[in-house]
Design a protein around this ligand. Sequence first.
Ligand code: ADE
Length: 244
Amino acid sequence: MIGIISAMQEEIQALLNKLQNISTSTKGMRTYYTGTLFGKNVVLVFSRWGKVASAVTTTQLINDFNIQELIFTGVAGAINSKLNIGDIIIGKKLFQHDMNASPLFEPFEIPLLERKFLETKNPTKLLNATNKFLESYTSYINPNEAKNFNITRPKVVYEDIASGDQFISSTDSIKRLNHILPTAYCVEMEGAAVAQVCFEYNIPFSIIRVISDKANNNATIDFPKFANSIASNYALGILKKYFD
Ligand code: ADE
């Protein structure tokens, strides 16, 4: 069984639309959709936003659904100028940018884990799948929607991600993040929490993020629309290639 999480329903909607042999169960205010997606046994759930929400959902997936692998898919804000709206980042190292128990522990160090970041599973298969998806991405997303969001020639990168319980929407915040975590390419609010739980339970995990905004003053785009029409269809296309 493979667990697939998004933060928002809109980010996972295209996968839910394709899920077959569905059975649902509701626990702790979340609905878990079990079924088959492109012939694989999966359980889909949207966690809601933030580190606590995604950590508790990940724990439930591991303990109640016996998953062997977890994939998180959703949107992120770019904090590296090489990234544009519609680009894909496959997570390498996941940092909690708001973890700071200094002077007892070093900034970003997760107390008692003796780690400042957690690493995703070997990305080769997922990167290959994403590159394949990008060759035909226009067959997954509506061209008018792509135009609305200024998406042309999206690319994929395999880079570090910074997670925290903050929506980032100013150049000052970007500068601060670039200073404290110079290798991080994007910000979001769940990945590093999912990473910590998966590390603690020894479950391989991947993080797929589509850039929805540049974490600046223009960051408050129509998220539900971007998540539904762009990000969830990207996830569908990538996972189809990944499961092939
Ligand atoms: N997810 C998408 N955009 C984001 C941003 N600007 N900050 C935090 N999380 C995000």
